[in-house]
Design a protein around this ligand. Structure first.
Ligand SMILES: Nc1nc2c(c(=O)[nH]1)N[C@H]1C(S)=C(S)[C@@H](COP(=O)(O)O)O[C@H]1N2
Ligand SMILES: [Mo]
Length: 395
């Protein structure tokens, strides 16, 4: 089925013919802009080309613990800038003793560190969220997530080098892209508390200034030549095309910190002003195979997927459970990759499917004992959707 989907996507004319014939079914019904990007055979479903927003199909996502770059979701709010390594500079200023501007070669002289960390968009699973009540924005399925090995320098090492003033409390990141919003154009920005920037642990830096992804230079879409990577935080805090760091006594006034990535009921100005920016990613899990509307035979069926811990230091996944009877009984899945506080885990389960089975459900529980909620309170911007993941199937 999936290969057919891909072939259909790859050959747009055939795809259109099949759509006309009603044969593409599931994919055409989602209302996506179903185009594979360019001729590079990248297995991503594209929500929009400019800006570039795309996600992998779930069976690809679950194939490996480390996500290959060409199966990694792309979430950009503006253009993908065309940057040259030679002329690139990173500046750091604000509440520091000695502001600095560094070339990539100078960044290369700091001690290099690596971390494998999962990046996920706060809007992951928005299409499910939208079924409660429609939400604007990219209608992500469950693929706005990926796990990569990132290498570069620790943000804390750079902060030590420039020296922090006593009043320092937050670190702002600014990109080199141009985002158009509300008739204005400006660069994307993020912000993290200083404590997070300094919270280096053996297995994970508080934040990394990364130049590579899976041991290769960042691609243009993923932030070449430099991005922040903030393990445990929503993707929006991992700023691509990072060219400016500002140390401040307050969170960044950038639109994407001050207004956008917040949980709000209506999104009116008062609520936006009152509510805090989102930092951590939520406990989550998704079934990746079988896919929605698959036809299964009654009997034992293999189910696989991912589970994401909640971005809290020291907290990992304790268990993942799957149900084929609407949540009356649960089968514990096997976690097939190592536990880690800021990485997803892959899981697989064998579950008895009967003629009564309408859907498969998954829920994860973390090492503190918190479980994913059965339902989630709707929010106007469609963030942090982490209700039990339900996949309709036919027997
Ligand atoms: N400069 C810049 N950085 C950015 C963004 C952006 O639009 N511009 N998008 C953010 C969001 S919302 C997410 S989820 C992640 C996605 O990273 P990826 O495209 O490498 O998967 O990048 C973040 N960093
Ligand atoms: Mo995002």
């Amino acid at each position: 089925m999936l290969n057919q989907e891909f072939n259909a996507l790859r050959d747009r004319r055939k795809f259109m013919q099949q759509m006309a014939a009603g044969a593409v079914g599931l994919l055409s019904m989602t209302g996506w802009n179903q185009v594979l990007r360019g001729a590079d055979d990248r297995r991503l479903l594209v929500h929009s080309n400019a800006p570039m927003n795309a996600e992998p199909l779930l069976p690809d996502l679950v194939k490996s613990w480390v996500t290959p770059v060409d199966s990694f979701f792309i979430r950009s709010h503006g253009n993908t800038p065309d940057l040259k390594a030679d002329s690139f500079r990173l500046s750091i200023e604000g509440l520091v003793e000695k502001p600095l501007t560094l070339s990539l070669a100078e960044l290369g002289q700091f001690q290099q560190h690596s971390v494998t960390a999962t990046l996920t968009c706060a809007g992951n699973r928005r299409s499910e969220h939208s079924r409660i009540k429609a939400i604007k924005g990219v209608q992500w399925r469950e693929g706005a997530i990926g796990n990569a090995k990132w290498s570069g320098i620790r943000l804390s090492d750079l902060l030590k080098k420039v020296g922090l003033r006593d009043s320092a409390k937050h670190v702002w990141f600014e990109g080199l892209d141009t985002v158009e919003d509300g008739g204005k154009s400006f660069a994307f920005g993020g912000s993290i508390p200083l404590e997070k920037a300094l919270s280096d642990r053996e297995i994970s830096p508080g934040a990394l200034l990364a130049t590579t992804m899976n041991d290769k230079p960042l691609t243009a879409d993923h932030g070449f030549p430099l991005r922040s990577v903030v393990p445990g935080y929503i993707g929006a805090r991992s700023v691509k095309w990072l060219s400016k760091i500002v140390v401040s006594d307050r969170p960044s006034p950038n639109h994407f910190v001050a207004d956008v990535y917040k949980l709000v009921d209506t999104g009116d100005l008062l609520e936006v002003a009152e509510n805090a920016p989102i930092y951590r990613m939520p406990l989550n899990a998704a079934i990746c195979t079988p896919t929605a509307d698959a036809t299964l035979k009654a009997g034992r069926t293999a189910v696989t997927g991912y589970a994401l811990p909640p971005g809290v230091p020291g907290v990992s996944i304790r268990k993942v459970e799957v149900s084929a009877d609407s949540g009356r009984s649960w089968t514990e899945a096997k976690l097939t990759t190592p536990a880690s506080e800021f990485c997803w885990q892959m899981w697989s389960a064998e579950i008895a499917v009967t003629s009564e089975t309408k859907e498969l459900i998954v829920r994860a529980t973390d090492s503190r004992g918190d479980s994913q909620p059965e339902t989630v309170r709707w929010n106007a911007k469609g963030y942090l959707y982490n209700a039990w993941h339900r996949v309709p199937v036919q027997i």
